[in-house]
Design a binder for this molecule. Structure first.
Ligand code: FAD
Length: 394
């Protein structure tokens, strides 16, 4: 037996013995928030994998990882998928700020933050966007004024997903207002459990409020929690965005994203609504669209695999924009198709004429629209691809 075969056998045996039934198939996934109670099996799964270093399998052991190499990581992900195990821990801690700290944090920051992130101790929010700074992020205005060994923060962030359940937030703040706008920004870690940080929900048309406005009024953050150096936040913050986009694209090898069960419901969903004749979908147009989406999905999976294999870092650079965008467009096209197949049943909002899964399909179709806004809009990704991947002039 080769070394790698031995590793696979060990992984398989460990997973069989340690992945509880309540952590398999669709269901709750831990993302670190102390404010959300975990079901017993989900907690157990988190604790066992954290102990093994498998919540962040490629991180160094001293920071809570298992130091797996690329081949071992792939085997672990394969085996997790094989038993339909849920990813033990997800979120902005393991996927965004953790890998950014690994690249840009100093030794004290790595020792202070990474082991806790790997154990899922604390949920992280992302404080980038502001009312006047979305695509044009460098125009941000959250002020951070130094007072001894602390910064005092004043201003507001918007669209901060999940902030109501988060314990910490990483923010991009303006530390040197007199410098050119890209050069006066710092990335700062802020404890949300203080009176100077207030979270106001933004209510959506659906009634839910996953977004917030997060207000900073004389909030405090230690100077020691500036990542990558004062006024170097544009460089550090852009790298974090690549981790975000790579996570959306399924090509971030830093966290434990790969354990997610893939969405293979498309053909079944369509077949259950579209009339079938002679063993195939009767409507030729629907059939063609389904085939195209399946082909694109297959191409996307191969591209993800290739990019992961080719990238030496924990996540690729500008290529993450391309893979994120194609993944988002495929997902949106798939949901458009489901709705086309459902006909009128796909446009219900409430009422007796619609089954629960039909109402859910409509909401999911709407939710998918956000995929080409979150983490940078489609136009912004196209700009990055044009300039940084294809090398076209500005
Ligand atoms: C589901 C979701 C979750 C989010 N979560 C967070 C979060 O947790 N934290 C956070 O900080 N932010 C978050 N955001 C905010 C997100 O990053 C911004 O919405 C996004 O960057 C766009 O900014 P904006 O909304 O201000 O739109 P704008 O920047 O005002 O853009 C408006 C339109 O103009 C276009 N446009 C702008 N500039 C250009 C250009 N140069 N070239 C071509 N077209 C352009 C855009 O593509 C867009 O169509 C989230 C957004 C969504 C949808």
């Amino acid at each position: 037996m080769t070394e790698i075969d031995e590793f696979r056998a060990e992984v398989r045996a460990w997973l069989q013995a340690n992945c509880p039934p309540g952590a398999r198939g669709p269901g709750q996934v831990a993302w670190g928030s102390r404010r959300i109670e975990l079901k017993p099996d989900v907690r157990l799964w988190l604790e066992r994998t954290a102990e093994k270093g498998w919540t962040v399998p490629t991180w160094p052991q001293e920071y809570g990882g298992a130091a797996l190499d690329r081949d071992q990581y792939r085997i672990l992900i394969d085996e997790l998928k094989h038993i339909r195990a849920r990813t033990p821990l997800t979120g902005r801690g393991v996927n965004y700020i953790g890998p950014t700290l690994l690249e840009y944090g100093d030794e004290a920051q790595k020792a202070r933050w990474l082991p806790g992130i790997a154990r899922g101790e604390g949920g992280w929010a992302m404080g980038y966007s502001e009312p006047g700074a979305g695509s044009d992020l460098a125009s941000l205005n959250l002020k951070a004024v130094r007072d001894g060994d602390h910064f005092v923060l004043n201003g507001r962030k918007i669209w901060t997903s999940d902030a109501m359940d988060c314990d910490y937030i990483f923010v991009l703040a303006r530390t040197s207002p007199d410098k050119p706008k890209h050069q006066g920004i710092s990335l700062i870690l802020v404890d949300m459990d203080q009176p100077g940080v207030q979270v106001r929900p933004i209510r959506l048309i659906s009634g839910s409020s996953p977004f917030n406005e997060t207000l900073f009024e004389d909030a405090i953050a230690p100077v020691a929690d500036v990542v990558g150096g004062i006024d170097n936040g544009w460089t550090v913050g852009k790298r974090l965005l690549q981790f975000e986009r790579s996570t959306h694209a399924g090509i971030n090898v830093s966290g434990s994203q790969g354990g997610r069960t893939a969405d293979s419901r498309l053909p079944q969903a369509i077949q259950s609504y579209a009339p079938v004749a002679d063993g195939r979908i009767a409507d030729a147009d629907l059939r063609d669209r389904l085939i195209r989406i399946e082909q694109n999905g297959h191409a996307q999976r191969l591209t993800q695999q290739r990019v992961i294999e080719e990238t030496q870092a924990r996540a690729p650079g500008f290529a993450s924009s391309a893979v994120k965008l194609t993944g988002a467009l495929n997902a949106q096209e798939g949901h458009e198709l489901i709705l086309s197949a459902m006909g009128l049943q796909g446009v219900g909002w409430e009422g007796e004429g619609f089954a629960a899964e039909e109402l859910e399909a409509t909401r999911e179709w709407l939710r998918q629209k956000a995929l080409t806004i979150a983490g940078g809009t489609k136009e912004i990704q196209l700009n990055i691809i044009a300039k940084r991947v294809l090398g076209l002039p500005d």
